[in-house]
Design a protein around this ligand. Structure first.
Ligand SMILES: [Zn+2]
Ligand SMILES: [Zn+2]
Length: 356
C-alpha cells in the first residue's frame, strides 16, 4: 500500500522556550525513506491539548524541552509509513494508533524490564524531547504507539492517551480494593472528571472535592458518592472522616498542584495511600511526618503509564466505562487555548481536530 505524503505540513511550533506558539504552513514532513528503523509516520486526525504542553512551551519545569518545539502528546491518527528494516513491528500501515507522552523507551533496561517504561533513561517524550502532535504528520515509534480500539472515536480517545492513562494508572496503583473510599481533589477538572469515572469503574467509592454548582453536578452525574465543596466546607478532614464511617478514606489521588498533603494525612484512615499525579513545576510536599509514620501512610508518585496501562485505559473508554468531556478547536486556536489554560477557565479537556 502506498500513500501519498506531502512535502510540507501545518504545525504549531514554539521557536524557543517562553515565546508564543506560532502556526506555520510550510514545515517539512519526513518521507518514508527518511524514517529510521522502528519509526513510523502517523497522519493525525486529532490531538488533545494538555497543561503539560503549556509547561513545555513556557519552560517552567525543572526539565528542559527541546527547541524549536512542536508540542502535543495526545494524538490519534493512521500510520502512513514505517521505516525500512523495522523488525517485529506490532503495527502496520493503515492502523489507527495513539501517540502518548512516552513516545519511546529502550524496552531493555531495568526500568523497562520492570514495566516502568516511562522511567526509562532513554525515554523519548512526545512534544518535549521529540516533536509531538500539534502537526498534521508526526514521526513516532512502532513499539510504543497505542492501537486504538475499534468503535472508539478518535476525539474520544485523544484525552485518554494522557489524562485518562495517568489517572487510570494512579488509581490502579493506589493500593485500593473495590468498595474502598478514594478522595479526588479537583474532581470536576480535566484529569479529575476522568478519575471519578475510572474509580467508579474499578468499584471504588468516590469523594469528589471541588467547587461550584456546575462541577458538583458533573461529579454527581458521573457517579461520585459524596461531594465536598472545598470553598464552603469548614474542615475537610472532618467532612471526609464523617463521610467514611469516622475512619477516613483509603486513598487520595492528587491531580491538582499544591492541594493539601497536610489535610490528606489527616483524613486518610490508617494504612491509607497518598498518590501524587499532578506535575506542578515547583510545589513541594508538606505533610506531618509524625502522622505519616503513626498512621502507616504510604506516599507514592505515579507518572503517566506504560504501554499496557494505555491499552487498559482505552479499553475501558471503548466499552463506555469512561467518557471524556472536551471541546473541539482547530490548530489555529492553540494560542488562545494556552491563554485560557493560564486563566484556568477551561472546562474539561481540549481536542484539536486536524480536519478543521
Ligand atoms: Zn498530558
Ligand atoms: Zn528502558
Amino acid at each position: 500500500m502506498s500513500i501519498k505524503i506531502p512535502k510540507t505540513q501545518k504545525v504549531a511550533i514554539v521557536a524557543s522556550s517562553g515565546e508564543d506558539i506560532q502556526v506555520k504552513n510550510d514545515h517539512p514532513v519526513k518521507s518514508q525513506a527518511d524514517l529510521a528503523p522502528g519509526e513510523c509516520l502517523v497522519k493525525l486526525h486529532c490531538t488533545g491539548v494538555c497543561h503539560t504542553d503549556l509547561h513545555a512551551a513556557l519552560g517552567d519545569w525543572p526539565l528542559d524541552a527541546k527547541t524549536p518545539l512542536i508540542g502535543g502528546h495526545e494524538g490519534v491518527g493512521d500510520i502512513v509509513a514505517i521505516g525500512s528494516h523495522t523488525s517485529a513491528s506490532p503495527v502496520k500501515v493503515g492502523d489507527r494508533v495513539g501517540i502518548k507522552w512516552l513516545a519511546d523507551s529502550c524496552l531493555h533496561c531495568e526500568q523497562c524490564r520492570k514495566g516502568r517504561e516511562q522511567n526509562c533513561l532513554d525515554a523519548k517524550l512526545s512534544g518535549f524531547t521529540v516533536d509531538g502532535t500539534f502537526s498534521e504528520y508526526v514521526v513516532s515509534y512502532v513499539h510504543h504507539v497505542t492501537p486504538i480500539p475499534e468503535g472508539l472515536d478518535s476525539k474520544e480517545a485523544a484525552s485518554i492517551l494522557c489524562a485518562g492513562l495517568t489517572v487510570y494508572r494512579a488509581l490502579k496503583y493506589s493500593q485500593t480494593n473495590p468498595g474502598d473510599w478514594v478522595v479526588l481533589p479537583g474532581a470536576g477538572g480535566g484529569l479529575g472528571h476522568l478519575a471519578v469515572q475510572y474509580a467508579k469503574y474499578m468499584g471504588l467509592r468516590v469523594i469528589a472535592v471541588d467547587s461550584g454548582e456546575e462541577k458538583k453536578k458533573l461529579c454527581l452525574d458521573l457517579g461520585a458518592d459524596h461531594w465536598i465543596d472545598f470553598k464552603e466546607c469548614k474542615d475537610i478532614v472532618d467532612s471526609v472522616t464523617a463521610a467514611t464511617d469516622g475512619l477516613g478514606a483509603h486513598s487520595v489521588v492528587i491531580t491538582t498542584p499544591g492541594s493539601g498533603y497536610q489535610e490528606a494525612v489527616g483524613y486518610l484512615r490508617k494504612g491509607g495511600t497518598i498518590m501524587a499525579v499532578g506535575l506542578p513545576g515547583k510545589a513541594t510536599l508538606d505533610a506531618s511526618i509524625f502522622f505519616t509514620v503513626f498512621k502507616s501512610i504510604s506516599i507514592l508518585g505515579s507518572y503517566v503509564g506504560n504501554r499496557q496501562d494505555a491499552i487498559e485505559s482505552l479499553a475501558i473508554a471503548a466499552c463506555g466505562g469512561v467518557k471524556c468531556h472536551f471541546s473541539v478547536k482547530k490548530l489555529g486556536d492553540i494560542q488562545e487555548v494556552y491563554k485560557e489554560f493560564q486563566k484556568g477557565t477551561v472546562a474539561g479537556r481540549v481536542v484539536i481536530d486536524m480536519a478543521l
